[in-house]
Design a binder for this molecule. Structure first.
Ligand SMILES: Cc1ncc(COP(=O)(O)O)c(C=O)c1O
Length: 450
């Protein structure tokens, strides 16, 4: 590996970073991470911090999960690749599919379709939803509904159902027939409603209204995150997702749970859908399925949807979709080990306890710093601070101020992520109580600069 000087000199010079302006990456070179252990990362200068980002919502078991590393190494030795396109399979993916079927049985999900990541999983779910209706003779059901503030990756389908202009505007025109419903976001919403239960009811009415306007017979699916993540950690009222499920059922619309960040324990439950007592028709997973060590994902499919595809005799259910790396044996081996370790450690329990501790601590910081307009969390290890210039008017914070908070927090011992006005925390689920204190103290130091 090249030395530190080389890395700093060439940082961002010959690559473009996702979700960044190329000129900004040159002017403000990214932090170069060179090592990681447990829940800590170390940069090129040897500065070590707690990673409150958890990689990117994916390193749930931390950076030293030996069983997953061993499984990857062993699989590379035996079979580093073979395709699962029609006619061939591999032993690892068959074993994984049985494991996932057991794991997702309480969610009513019985089949897996493999992908290379979250955006692929979203694309797959949207496509399978349209195909499901075509097989059943309702070819007119092609539209998609989703939530404003939702994040569903960056493929054209995913960007089209995305609820944030940052990921849409420069890439328009997007897929036609995608319509957005207000998010159950109590801090800012078009109804000026701060009560979570009342807001949930209003958003559900808006969903009903949109379905009536579009015509239920034109809509294939509603896609939503059980807790909105990248959009700023927005946990809905407990009535919301069950309400969406009931409305979808009433109108023959499939419900796609985008659980790319919530599956495998992050909310304090094994899945976000289970957290709210809902069984989706399709579930998008990725990220923590391999602890972030291998790019991999799976769309899980309900029994009812599977039956429609598997009972088709017309040929319409032939799946004209898939990726070279669908069911990659190394990814599958990683996922088998990861699933076992996730269950052995019972990570939702720690996610719930440490999440509650972090949320409490953040509420304490809000009492101390007026720049914190809103604190969101309370459902496992996903929390956010929304910073404002003025609490009364909720005027947006200056970019420089939030950047300084992040920088000082980093120097003080924790990597946090800034997304617009939000500081987002999604640490590994194996975090200790002491690690939570480190994150809170680092944020305290960062916020003291405001
Ligand atoms: C809910 C959700 N869906 C989809 C994606 C896209 O996943 P990927 O970046 O692996 O394509 C993400 C990524 O953060 C996500 O949070």
């Amino acid at each position: 590996m090249k030395d530190g000087n080389f890395l700093k000199e060439h940082n961002a010079r010959s690559m473009w970073h996702p979700m960044a302006h190329p000129a900004d990456s040159l002017a403000n070179p990214p932090t170069i991470i060179t090592r990681a252990q447990g829940v800590r990362i170390t940069d090129v200068d040897g500065h070590e911090v707690v990673d409150a980002v958890g990689g990117l919502w994916n390193v749930n078991l931390g950076f030293s999960c030996q069983p997953v590393k061993d499984a990857i190494a062993a699989q590379l030795d035996v079979l580093p690749y073979y395709s699962t396109f029609r006619g061939t399979s591999n032993d690892a993916v068959i074993e994984l599919s049985e494991g996932l079927r057991d794991f997702f049985a309480p969610d009513g999900l019985v089949r897996a379709f493999y992908t290379s990541g979250g955006s692929d999983s979203v694309e797959t779910a949207l496509r399978l939803a349209r195909q499901y209706h075509k097989i059943r003779g309702e070819a007119g059901r092609v539209k998609f509904l989703s939530l404003k503030k939702g994040y569903h990756g960056t493929h054209f389908g995913g960007a089209s159902v995305n609820g944030n202009a940052n990921f849409r505007t420069q890439y328009e025109p997007l897929l036609p027939g995608c319509h957005h419903i207000p998010a159950p976001y109590t801090y800012r919403n078009p109804f000026n409603e701060t009560d979570p239960a009342k807001l949930a009811a209003l958003c559900l009415s808006a969903l009903e209204d949109e379905i009536a306007f579009q015509g239920a017979g034109t809509i294939a699916a509603m896609i939503m995150e059980p807790v909105l993540g990248a959009g700023g950690v927005i946990p809905p009222h407990e009535s919301f997702m069950p309400g969406v499920r009931a409305i979808c059922d009433r109108h023959g619309i499939l419900l796609i749970a985008d659980e790319v960040i919530t599956a495998f324990g992050r909310t304090g439950s094994w899945t976000g859908s289970r957290h709210w007592g809902v069984q989706p028709d399709l579930m998008c997973t990725a990220k923590a399925i391999t602890n972030g060590y291998f790019p991999f994902g799976a769309v899980m499919i309900s029994g009812a949807v599977a039956e429609v595809f598997e009972n088709d005799r017309s040929g319409a259910a032939a799946i004209g979709h898939g990726y070279t790396y669908s069911g990659h044996p190394v990814g599958a081996a990683a996922a088998i080990a990861c699933l076992a370790e996730t269950q052995r450690l019972n990570v939702p329990e720690n996610a719930a306890a440490r999440g509650a501790q972090l949320f409490e601590g953040l509420l304490g910081l809000q009492e101390k710093y007026s720049v914190i307009g809103d604190v969101r969390g309370g459902h496992g290890l996903m929390c956010a601070l929304e910073l404002v210039a003025d609490r009364g008017t909720k005027a947006p914070i200056d970019k420089g101020v939030i950047g300084r908070v992040q920088e000082v927090a980093y120097q003080a011992g924790a990597m946090v992520r800034v997304s617009g006005p939000n500081i987002i925390m999604s640490p590994p689920l194996v975090l200790s109580a002491q690690d939570v204190q480190v994150i809170l103290a680092a944020l305290d130091a960062g916020l003291a600069t405001t």
